[in-house]
Structures are given as structure tokens and as C-alpha cells.
Design a protein around this ligand. Structure first.
Ligand SMILES: NC(=O)c1ccc[n+]([C@@H]2O[C@H](COP(=O)([O-])OP(=O)(O)OC[C@H]3O[C@@H](n4cnc5c(N)ncnc54)[C@H](O)[C@@H]3O)[C@@H](O)[C@H]2O)c1
Length: 315
């Protein structure tokens, strides 16, 4: 049984500082809580620190943070390359790649490191929270805490309750999510939860339209931005999510539900194998100014003004 009176989220551990983890660190530190940010090596912590610096610098430029507040955010984050560093945390949020065995290993190790009152949360998009939870001796303290990308910007959060999660843990995590400025919803443990269950069939369909050369990447994205009013087209969104992560999510959803909508379009795996993982590597469906940049630069597939909008696919 988790000891509710002892639960204290003043210090939060974040494991993995990639696309999601770096954003989660920012959300937590900007709320005024201390963060222990863990990566596999010093290159990983340096990337995480750089992402936080870049994001807070932009917030300062836009007048959303003062320079002193930005400095305070950085002072709240301690970087580490060993899981042991999260021993004193009241909550640990795992955001490592979408691989079940890796997550189970990390939860089993965390379970031995942290105190009995610590809540363990996974940011998984599609894996079974229950399977991750049972890698620990106390699955009652394990929840899903699914942030959206970019975590500092999007306010929706899914809190995933398994059949064994302690109700007190769920309500405390919901309360924390509100404190972080998010709008949490509590859902059961089904692959894709609400948002990704709806989103990924659509993203996969967009890739297939492009893959079969029915439409160019620009035309697919323009259809959904300009025709349907979405802020971003599906192929640009795949680049933001990361093609490796998107592939793992689709594959898990397909294996769990056998809905062919989720059978990953072959092109996704080919691009991942070729290192075209999206913004994080500087190339995905589009080419970016540098790894991690959101600035799209022209490449060999960029249509010239004369063919723009003519429905030609350049791939
Ligand atoms: N990308 C998205 O849009 C998105 C949105 C919501 C949830 N998620 C989920 O969040 C999780 C992370 O996805 P991501 O896109 O941030 O992945 P990512 O590949 O961008 O980052 C993962 C990070 O984890 C680090 N890592 C790997 N093993 C580690 C270990 N043992 N200890 C510490 N760090 C380790 C890697 O070095 C990498 O920096 C996944 O479960 C994914 O499904 C992703």
C-alpha cells in the first residue's frame, strides 16, 4: 500500500531527455519544482540542457519569462547519468524510447532505488502500462502520465490507470498535472489511449498517400492545414513526433488491435533505417536547418514555384 501522507512531489525525476523528456523537465521546473534529469551519458545530458536553454531563451525573447525566472528554472534542474540520482524523488517520469523491455528494465531498477511512497510514471504512447507496472514489486504505485508534444505548449495530459493502480496515486497525479498547468483526463490502459488511438491511423494514411505518390508531401500537409484548419499537416507532424517513435507506436497499436489502419506504412521503417527520423536528426519527410531545428529548408523535393500546388509528387 502506498503511504499517501508521505507523498511529496517537490522533487521529480525525469528519465530520458529526448523530444519529450526535455519538454517535461521544462514544464516541471517552470512550475517551481526541483528536477533530477537523467540520460544515458554526458552527451545526452548536454543535449537535454541545450534543449532547455533554447526553449527558455525563446520564452524570454517572447516576454513569457524574465531572465531571472529563466535562471531560476535552470537552477532547479540537476543532470545525472545514473538512475541512482532519482532516489530522493517523490515522482519519477520515464520518457525513454518506446521499447517495452527497456521500460520494464528501468521500472524494475527504479522500484529498488526509490522509497515506497514514490510514484512511478511512464510517458509511453502505446505500450501497456500494466506490463510495465508488473516489472515492479509494487504495481499499485505505477501510472501512465502521457504528455503531448511539445510538452511545454500543449495542455492535454492523459493519466493512465491500470486495473491495479492505487486510486490515491491516480488522484495525486491528476492534482499534480493541474499544478503543472495541464488539463488531465483519466483513461484505462488501452494502446494509444484517446488521442493517439484517433491520431495514428490518420498519420499512417497520410504517409501511405505520399508513399504511393498520390500526392506530394506539401500537398498532403496543405490539405489538412488549409483545407481542414489543423495547425500542422500530418507529415510535418510525423517529423515533429520522430519517425522512430511513430513507427513503434503504430507497430504496438497494430499488434494489439490488428486494425490494418495501424499497420505501419513500409516507408516509415525505411526512413528510420536510413536515419531520417524527423526534426531530431534534421531530416524526415522534410529537411531542417539542423538537428532539433523547426526551420524547414529547401531540398531536392521542394517544388519550384511553377509546380507548387499542381499536385505533383517530387519523391
Ligand atoms: N515524440 C512524441 O511526440 C511523443 C509524444 C508523447 C509521448 N511520447 C513517448 O515518450 C517516450 C519518449 O519518446 P521521445 O520521442 O522523447 O524519444 P526520443 O528518442 O526523442 O528520446 C528518448 C531519450 O531517452 C534516452 N534514453 C534511452 N535509454 C535511456 C536510459 N536507459 N536512461 C536514460 N535515458 C535513456 C535517449 O538517449 C533519448 O535521448 C516514448 O515512450 C514515446 O512513445 C512521445
Amino acid at each position: 500500500m502506498v503511504d499517501r501522507a508521505a507523498r511529496d512531489f517537490a522533487r521529480v525525476g525525469v528519465i530520458g531527455l529526448g523530444t519529450m523528456g526535455a519538454g517535461i523537465v521544462e514544464v516541471v521546473a517552470r512550475t517551481g519544482l526541483d528536477v533530477v534529469a537523467v540520460e544515458v551519458d554526458h552527451a545526452g545530458t548536454a543535449r537535454g540542457r541545450e534543449a532547455l536553454e533554447h526553449s527558455t531563451a525563446r520564452a524570454v525573447e517572447r516576454g513569457k519569462l524574465t531572465p531571472d525566472e529563466a535562471a531560476a528554472v535552470h537552477a532547479r534542474v540537476r543532470y545525472a547519468t545514473s538512475l541512482d540520482a532519482v532516489a530522493g524523488c517523490g515522482l519519477v517520469v520515464e520518457a525513454v524510447p518506446e521499447h517495452l523491455e527497456l521500460k520494464k528494465d528501468i521500472f524494475a531498477a527504479l522500484d529498488r532505488l526509490v522509497g515506497p511512497e514514490t510514484v512511478l510514471a511512464t510517458n509511453t504512447s502505446s505500450l501497456s502500462v500494466t506490463e510495465i507496472a508488473v516489472a515492479t514489486a509494487n504495481p499499485r504505485r505505477v501510472v501512465g502520465l502521457h504528455f503531448f508534444n511539445p510538452a511545454p505548449v500543449l495542455s492535454f495530459v492523459e493519466v493512465i490507470r491500470t486495473v491495479v493502480t492505487d486510486e490515491g496515486v491516480v488522484s495525486d497525479v491528476v492534482e499534480l498535472a493541474r499544478q503543472l498547468g495541464k488539463q488531465p483526463v483519466v483513461v484505462g490502459d488501452k494502446a494509444g489511449f484517446i488521442a493517439n488511438a484517433l491520431l495514428f491511423g490518420y498519420l499512417n494514411h497520410a504517409v501511405s498517400m505520399y508513399e504511393t505518390r498520390y500526392a506530394s508531401r506539401e500537398d498532403v500537409d496543405a490539405a489538412m492545414r488549409l483545407g481542414c484548419g489543423l495547425p500542422m499537416g500530418p507529415l510535418a507532424l510525423m517529423d515533429l513526433i520522430g519517425l522512430d517513435t511513430a513507427y513503434e507506436i503504430l507497430d504496438t497499436m497494430y499488434r494489439q488491435g490488428r486494425d490494418r489502419l495501424h499497420a505501419p506504412s513500409p516507408l516509415i521503417k525505411q526512413m528510420v533505417s536510413a536515419g531520417l527520423r524527423g526534426r531530431k536528426t534534421g531530416r524526415g519527410f522534410y529537411t531542417y536547418a539542423e538537428p532539433g531545428s523547426s526551420a524547414v529548408v529547401p531540398d531536392a523535393l521542394t517544388p519550384s514555384a511553377s509546380v507548387w500546388g499542381a499536385g505533383r509528387c517530387g519523391r
